[in-house]
Design a protein around this ligand. Structure first.
Ligand SMILES: Cc1ncc(COP(=O)(O)O)c(C=O)c1O
Length: 397
């Protein structure tokens, strides 16, 4: 290993949302990492600091080139420069695209459980959330799409957009070509545009790639708007930078050459340089990170299987988030998560914020040094043990 992912970095006192916790608490909730960004990115940012002028900037050609090379080489999608629109972040972009491509009162379909901000960005824009719940296989602890329900909902009058999470947060699933292709066909048939949020696409197990929605078929390419960014995989989320890829010229025209002013703002030169450095120089770091993360996930799944009987980790090759089925505890995970935090200091996310079907799950972020991950796991075990003891659950640990 060239890079040191075991090193602890003190994040308290840096206005980190994740680390705004009491002394002794261990935050494993919001999706950012406790690792420093790749040294290749930090070197680039250091050069900028030394020059020290932070005036207004334009979007350099290298920004387009870096995205095009990365998706061409890593993900098999040949993008053209004019497909790419700059924006400040994925959620601001999705919000703007919703406003541009739908009308107030329209329905926007999402596949729940799903990233909680999807709900807000639909309702805050005066659109209606239409849920197409994923199917959970309780014996295999895996998810799939419900196409019958999907088609029914896409065909409802007023459904104009589908917000796809590819790969999927929080269930960690990489969607194969086949379901994506079916979505493309159904969306075209019912005149629905697909917004594919691909923010987690580079966080996959070694040897496992994701499938860009726009690469699947002509229908998928022409009927979609894709949000991409290096911020999640390279731990740059606080710098906020992203791109929207719109291959279809007519859709681009509807969206506008630039997105709404609120999402474009001024190009943040610092952030776009970080993005360029990530894609052009960060590949080796990312590959080591993926191996380290996959090992954290494997260790966690083994630990939970051996040490916390009845609790199951949903298998997934994407994201650094564990989606943990704690249904055997009974009750809602709001209560379980609060209990575990109070008793052990471990702060994980209550699955119900991702939709009703998340009510029996916890989401745990393992993008941290191994020692921290192990600490989190033993706190989880202890929290579950105490919860079961207090509730008189007969499956005592
Ligand atoms: C699926 C998904 N989309 C978007 C975001 C946030 O994107 P941004 O910070 O660029 O707005 C997250 C953050 O966790 C996410 O999981």
């Amino acid at each position: 290993m060239k890079y040191d992912f075991d090193r602890l970095v003190e994040r308290r006192g840096t206005s980190s949302i994740k680390w705004k916790v009491e002394e002794g608490e261990l935050p494993m909730w919001v999706a950012d990492m406790d690792f420093q960004a790749a040294p290749e990115i930090l070197d680039e940012l250091r050069k900028m600091l030394e020059q020290g002028v932070f005036g207004y900037s334009f979007i350099p050609d290298e920004w387009y080139g870096a995205y095009m090379e990365w998706w061409g080489q890593r993900h098999g999608l040949k993008m053209q420069k004019e497909w790419l629109l700059f924006c400040s972040g994925v959620m601001p972009a999705i919000s703007s695209v919703i406003r541009r491509l739908s009308a107030p009162g329209d329905r926007v379909l999402i596949q729940t459980p799903v990233y909680n901000a999807f709900f807000n960005c639909i309702t805050a824009n005066g659109r209606i959330v239409l849920e197409n719940p994923l199917i959970y296989n309780e014996s295999e602890h895996s998810y799939s799409m419900d196409f019958e329900d999907l088609e029914r909902k896409l065909s409802e009058p007023g459904t104009t957009l589908m917000l796809l999470c590819n790969p999927h947060n929080p269930v960690g699933r990489i969607w194969d070509r086949e379901p994506l292709s079916r979505i493309g066909t159904l969306a075209k048939k019912h005149h629905v545009t697909v917004i594919s949020d691909e923010i987690h696409c580079d966080i996959t197990s070694p040897g496992k790639g994701y499938v860009p929605f726009a690469s699947v078929s002509d229908e998928c390419r022409e009927g979609s708007v894709t949000c991409i960014t290096p911020t999640k995989a390279f731990n740059l989320a606080g710098l906020q930078t992203a791109a929207v890829c719109v291959p279809d010229a007519a859709l681009r025209e509807r969206i506008g050459l630039a997105l709404d002013a609120d999402s474009v703002a001024e190009p943040n030169y610092f952030a776009s340089c970080a993005a360029i450095a990530a894609f052009r120089k960060g590949g080796a770091w990312l590959d080591e990170f993926r191996a380290y993360m996959t090992e954290n996930k494997r260790i966690a799944a083994d630990f939970i299987q051996k040490e916390i009987p009845g609790v199951h980790v949903v298998e997934g090759d994407a994201t650094y988030l564990l989606w943990i089925d704690v249904g055997m505890l009974g009750g809602g995970t709001g209560e379980v998560a609060a209990f575990i935090r109070k008793k052990t200091g471990l702060y994980v996310t209550d699955g119900s914020i991702y939709g009703k079907s998340g009510i029996h799950f916890l989401r745990m972020n393992v993008a941290c040094p191994r020692s921290v991950c192990l600490d989190g796991l033993s706190r989880l075990k202890e929290g579950v043990r105490q919860f079961m003891n207090e509730r008189g659950n007969t499956n005592r640990l």
